[in-house]
Design a protein around this ligand. Structure first.
Ligand code: SF4
Length: 325
């Protein structure tokens, strides 16, 4: 039997290039080797989303991005978190074995408090417990993650281990599978590409013109004030993106940047051209799928049905172990 993979994405906005390089491309490859569950984690979105008016639309758009990028519903279970309510039941049980001190030390909790100081809710603290429930409900053994998510996964392993110690072995301890492009910088030049940071992202579904406009206004090496200034490609987000979209040219771009043979304007134009070419067929597939909204609904309904078969079995085992039945 193949090992199971679980991963999820929050439907808080459209997926961007950072998601594509850092996660979705890996999801597509993992389908060959593993039984994969890919989940649109709408309950997680509620921890920071107070206005939920766009959540259904975001779920639809996220499913479109995934399917257009190559997630295959024949190979993988693609579903929405809240369509499998067993996950919230398991979250409650796991909450009882998770010390609060473990949750308060998670670095992303502190970051979220800074980003959303007016909405520090109970769900935000318990986010890693719900994330653990997502993974162990399906007894997933492998979780594709970026480096920044490693503390969350370590916590998931600790929670699973604690449950197993207290009540008996049920859950495999999930292992991280680091993606090959772990951290994609944002266009603002400082941070990880993130939908929570303004002017940081290029959406997968953006038009070619939008893509070009965003790249042309991106921040580059701050030491390069004038065209004649030598650059430092290793600190430049545009250069990082060239590594992916201009693989055959990236070594030359680096050398030319160091000695100011190439200017940032030309460098950005080249990236925009290469990125638009690389995304052309994905964007065309996405447009075809967008014309079939019923098909997207069917994929998600079928995914939830298949996920629930596994989830119900796990919940039964958990309740037996805990003495609830
Ligand atoms: Fe970055 Fe390219 Fe400018 Fe060098 S030339 S600083 S790699 S945008």
């Amino acid at each position: 039997m193949k090992k199971r993979v679980f991963s999820g994405a929050r439907p808080t906005a459209r997926q961007h290039i950072g998601n594509l390089l850092g996660a979705i491309d890996s999801y597509v490859k993992l389908q060959k080797e593993y039984d994969c569950l890919y989940c649109i984690v709408d309950i997680h979105a509620l921890t920071t989303l107070q206005d939920t008016s766009q959540i259904q639309n975001n779920i639809h758009e996220l499913a479109l991005d995934w399917l257009a990028a190559g997630l295959d519903p024949q190979k993988s279970i693609i579903f929405v978190q809240s369509h499998v309510p067993e996950v919230t039941e398991l979250h409650t049980y796991l909450s009882m074995v998770t010390p609060l001190s473990w949750l308060l030390r998670v670095p992303t909790f502190k970051e979220k408090v800074k980003l959303h100081p007016d909405n520090v809710n109970y769900g935000l603290v318990g986010y890693p417990v719900l994330m653990t429930s997502d993974i162990v409900l399906y007894k997933a053994e492998v979780v594709p993650v970026g480096e920044d998510q490693l503390p969350h996964l370590e916590l998931a392993r600790e929670i699973a281990r604690r449950f197993n110690t207290l009540f008996g072995e049920i859950f495999p301890e999930p292992k991280a599978k680091l993606t090959s492009f772990p951290l994609i910088p944002g266009l603002d030049g400082k941070n990880k590409m993130s939908k929570e940071i303004e002017n940081s992202v290029i959406e997968i579904a953006a038009t070619a013109e939008d893509t070009r406009t965003k790249i042309m206004s991106a921040v580059t090496d701050p030491a390069r004030k004038y065209r004649k200034d030598p650059g430092h490609p290793e600190v430049c987000n545009i250069y990082t993106l060239h590594k992916y979209f201009s693989a055959s040219q990236v070594a030359d771009i680096g050398k030319q940047c160091y000695v100011a043979e190439i200017g940032c304007v030309d460098c950005k134009k080249l990236l925009a051209k290469n990125m638009n070419e690389a995304l052309k067929s994905l964007r065309e597939r996405r447009a075809e799928l967008a014309a079939k909204p019923e098909y997207i609904k069917e994929v998600l309904a079928d995914g939830a049905d298949r996920a629930r078969v596994i989830a119900r079995e796990t919940i039964k085992e958990v309740k037996q172990k805990m003495g609830l039945i």
